[in-house]
Design a binder for this molecule. Structure first.
Ligand code: ATP
Ligand code: MG
Length: 878
């Protein structure tokens, strides 16, 4: 760790504290920055000093104080230990880490200061305890960058998926946005760069900074080799890639640094190549509101929300991954489509599968919990219940013939032996704790049953034994007594010693009695004493044995859980398709996009049934490559062009689409440049960002890309904006690559481009003028709109009538001036920079002076004097 947090503890000369607070202070010093220390005191977890101030506010618990020696009363707050998980979550949500410091040893036997030790260090992306945690993936990512290239390693501890990607430096933020990690590990050299700012401010991730050497390839390779028990690093396909190895190594370092040693469920990292999926930069992710929007992640209004009819957490994660990485290979898309189609057709089986999937717990997380040792017996029961459904699930899946479903059926294997083992061993509703007994069924272990019997019936056995011995010996006063030192023994008073049987073994002599034992009694004594403790220990042992048996099958179990997620996501696509009446698009390698009666999947879902107005779209490279869409404000332009992007994207994840029919020639990238929004994290001006992004689009778009441009140019003055928009259109229509483009704009002048390029076509939003104003029909028709209606919308919005009336006057003047400028552009569409620069006329000094005059402050005499002065001046300068 590179930074020390100010804990309020490191005053130049540290005041002497009580021994316990000294212990606290020394433990606290070993922790990484931004870590709250939970300090176990009896049945409570307490926090002190600055931690207490901070945590009491976040956790909404009372801040109290405690005498701590020389520094007097210090802040303190705390909560009962069983309330742990709820409080941890709240702190993690604030990007804090939590260190748990427990008491070591037995409090009843320790005199003086208890020994204490940090037993866990929990960070936002590594908390697995909470069974009901969010269903989405929480990634821990590490970024490493050198010479314009970067590597991004990311691990989901919950499922054990570990990936690494290589990206060019300028793609780095896009990739980070796609992964949306919960935590980011950066080398010191990247702290205080835009990468760090982006992680903190845009992703709201918790950022940990390490020295650069942690990312050093040689050390990192060693770490990977050890961590994954590889024979050699060569077995990683990316072993010769120093950046990728370094980034993965940093993730492992972080885990070790944070006490995560049980890595068995984490798969060795795999490198992910971008070519197999459509690239969506963060601008596109954001403006198309795929997974996140202003309402937050997976909020209302995101495409994800519309699609997410998954029934399990595994399915939810799968769906999110698909959505952010659409496919580009026709065959792969068709394979998903086939599966979805079949699931739509075989409704009964599909429903049966749905019934089997619903209510399944997050198995990937359960397996991780079992592996990392935080699991309890309920996890085993959940696993068993899950496995119990597999045979039926397989039966249903076997009714399908599409290749993908067949493949899934291969991977979804039942584990009858494990299932049976858990069924036989674990009670159906075990407690949350694993060390307090009550987990293992009767008859599973003879030894355990005996302990149980003993702890419940041990006393009775002693009474029975005593009774038997009284009868056998005829000594009425014979008693079985217990002593701390000798345990159970038969006590016989001195007067009956002559009747003691021969097999009695003498143990102890008292004042007027003797004590004896029998092998039988000794044996029982040993059994009874501590039977309870032994029972608990044994139960825990058995639990661990079963856990180990499960972990032997970890990889196939993970594979199975993942496959169930895929089945669930496919089923969700089918359910959405059926419920919303979507159609299966036809995918090809052509340049054609053709949508008949298309609808915007999200806007449609927010309107009452049937209220959404359907629209067609045709795009191809030859005669309809660039569509200029004009129309009044609020007419539906933005909705229409986004709708096109979303339909294409849905088609390429293998989903059905909201349309009557649809053909999609595969798109390699969707670019969007929508509106003018500030990109604060990068600290650049709005217009600068707009132009940066537009230039990137122009440089990177290929013949197979789809461009969604909404009011590009709007961020600057009208003439600059229009000229830029005009030039962009020219370049798109005549440049080296001709991406299919939808351009919504308020610059009506752009409609003149249609006359110059065969591939440019004008479309407009149909409106109807009525007595009460204009009516939006939301219908896209060929042609150009004649005026903008912006002022009309302003009226609708309630701008004062005086303002709108004045606006109309100004508009008239501007329009006549505008005419002249467009004539220039029209005259020669190659002329790019010759728009006239309207210089304001030099102001006459008299006018300037008049402007500065404050009439209210002049007396009538002064006013007359000034008037004369000005008149003279004007005459002089004429
Ligand atoms: N096809 C449609 N059917 C029904 N309602 C629609 C349709 N398209 C758009 N709308 C509604 O109209 C509203 C405005 O649409 P949109 O934002 O697309 O207009 P716009 O033309 O881009 O306006 P501006 O020029 O101000 O950006 C949307 O919020 C939506 O509710
Ligand atoms: Mg718009």
């Amino acid at each position: 760790m590179t930074k020390e947090l100010d804990l309020g503890l490191d005053a130049p000369s540290e005041p002497k504290l009580t021994p316990m607070m000294e212990q606290y202070r020394s433990i606290k010093k070993t922790l990484p920055p931004a870590t709250i220390l939970f300090f176990r005191l009896g049945d409570f977890y307490e926090m002190f000093f600055e931690d207490a101030n901070q945590a009491s506010a976040i956790l909404n618990i009372t801040l109290t104080g405690r005498e701590a020696g020389a520094s007097g009363r210090i802040p303190m707050c705390g909560f009962p230990h069983h309330a742990f998980s709820g409080y941890v979550r709240l702190l993690l949500d604030k990007n804090l880490k939590v260190a748990v410091c427990d008491q070591i040893g037995d409090s009843s036997k320790t005199k003086g200061l208890m020994e204490r030790k940090v037993t866990r260090l929990i960070t936002p992306a590594t908390y697995l305890d909470d069974e009901n945690a969010s269903r989405s993936a929480e990634y821990l990512a590490a970024v490493f960058r050198k010479n314009g290239e970067a590597a991004l390693a990311y691990l989901e501890l919950g499922t054990g998926e570990f990936w690494v990607r290589r990206v060019s430096e300028d793609r780095l933020l896009d990739e980070l946005a796609l992964i949306h990690p919960r935590e980011v590990i950066l080398p010191k050299s990247l702290d205080e760069t835009p990468v760090a700012a982006f992680a903190r401010e845009w992703l709201h991730a918790a950022v940990s900074v390490y020295e650069d050497w942690i990312f050093d390839a040689a050390e990192a390779a060693d770490r990977l080799k050890q961590g994954f028990q590889l024979k050699s690093v060569q077995s990683l396909s990316f072993h010769d890639d120093a950046l990728a190895v370094g980034a993965c190594g940093a993730v492992l370092y972080y885990l070790h640094d944070h006490f995560h040693h049980a890595l068995g469920h984490v798969r060795a990292p795999r490198i992910l190549l971008t070519a197999a999926c459509m690239m969506l930069d963060r601008q596109a992710q954001k403006s198309l509101e795929l997974v996140a929007n202003e309402q937050g992640r997976k909020g209302l209004g995101t495409l994800f929300r519309v699609l997410d009819e998954t029934l399990t957490s595994m399915g939810t994660r799968q769906m999110e991954q698909w959505l952010l990485r659409p496919l580009v290979r026709v065959k792969e898309i068709e394979a998903r489509q086939d599966a979805v189609k079949e699931l739509c057709e075989k409704k009964v089986s599909a429903e049966a599968i749905g019934a089997l999937l619903s209510g399944i717990r997050d198995m990937e997380r359960t397996l991780s919990r079992l592996n990392s040792g935080v699991a309890n017996a309920r996890d085993l029961v959940n696993l068993k219940n899950f496995m119990g459904r597999i045979p039926d699930l397989r039966t249903e899946l076997s009714r399908f013939s599409s290749a993908l479903v067949l493949e899934l059926n291969q991977k979804i294997q039942p584990f009858p032996a494990l299932c049976q083992l858990i069924e036989q061993a674990i009670v159906s509703e075990p407690p949350l704790t694993v060390r307090e007994g009550g987990i293992i069924r009767e008859k599973y272990s003879a030894e355990l049953d005996e302990y149980r019997y003993l702890s419940q019936n041990g006393k009775q056995w002693i009474l029975d034994f005593q009774q038997r011995e009284v009868e056998r010996t005829g000594i009425k006063s014979l008693k079985v007594k217990y002593s701390q030192v000798f345990g159970y023994a038969i006590e016989i008073s001195n007067s009956y010693l002559n009747q003691v049987p021969e097999n009695y073994i003498r143990r102890q002599t008292l004042a007027n009695a003797e004590r004896f034992v029998l092998p039988e009694l000794t044996e029982w004594d040993q059994k009874i004493s501590g039977a309870q403790d032994k029972m608990k220990t044994l139960e825990y042992e058995i639990f661990n044995q079963i856990r180990a048996r499960v972990l032997e099958q970890l990889l196939p179990l993970q594979e199975m859980a993942r496959s169930v997620g895929v089945a669930d996501a496919l089923l969700a696509l089918a359910r959405v398709a059926l419920r919303k009446n979507w159609v299966c698009p036809q995918i090809s390698e052509s340049d054609e996009i053709q949508i008949e009666n298309g609808r915007h999947p999200v806007v449609e879902s927010m309107l009452p049934m049937g209220k959404f107005v359907e629209n067609d779209l045709k795009l191809n490279q030859k005669d309809q490559q660039l569509i200029i869409l004009t129309g009044p404000n609020m007419a539906g332009k933005s909705t229409y062009i986004r709708q096109a992007a979303l339909i294409v994207l849905l088609a390429q994840i293998g989903s059905f689409v909201p349309a009557k029919s649809c053909k999609v020639g595969v798109v390699d990238r969707i670019f969007t440049r929508i509106g003018a929004s500030d990109d604060l994290a990068r600290g650049e001006s709005t217009f600068m960002v707009e132009m940066l992004e537009t230039s990137r689009i122009l440089n990177e778009a290929t013949n197979r890309s789809l461009l969604i441009l909404d009011e590009v140019g709007r961020g600057t003055s009208t003439f600059d904006g229009l000229s830029i928009a005009w030039a962009i259109c020219e370049s798109l229509a005549s440049g080296a690559s001709k991406p299919r483009t939808l351009f919504a704009t308020h610059y009506h002048e752009l409609t003149q481009l249609e006359a110059h390029f065969q591939s440019v076509k004008n479309f407009t939003m149909k409106v109807k003028d009525t007595a009460d104003g204009i009516l939006f029909l939301r219908k896209v028709i060929q042609g150009a709109s004649d005026r903008s209606y912006g002022i009309h919308v302003a009226e609708l919005a309630g701008l004062p009538p005086a303002v709108t009336a004045r606006a109309k006057e100004i508009l008239a003047v501007l329009e006549s001036e505008n005419q002249k400028a467009t004539q220039i552009l029209e005259g020669d569409n190659q002329v790019k920079a010759s728009a006239p620069k309207a210089q304001p006329a030099e102001q006459h000094p008299v006018i300037n002076e008049l402007k500065q005059l404050d009439v209210n402050r002049l007396t009538p005499i002064q006013a007359l004097q000034k008037l004369e002065e000005l008149k003279n001046q004007a005459q002089k300068q004429k």
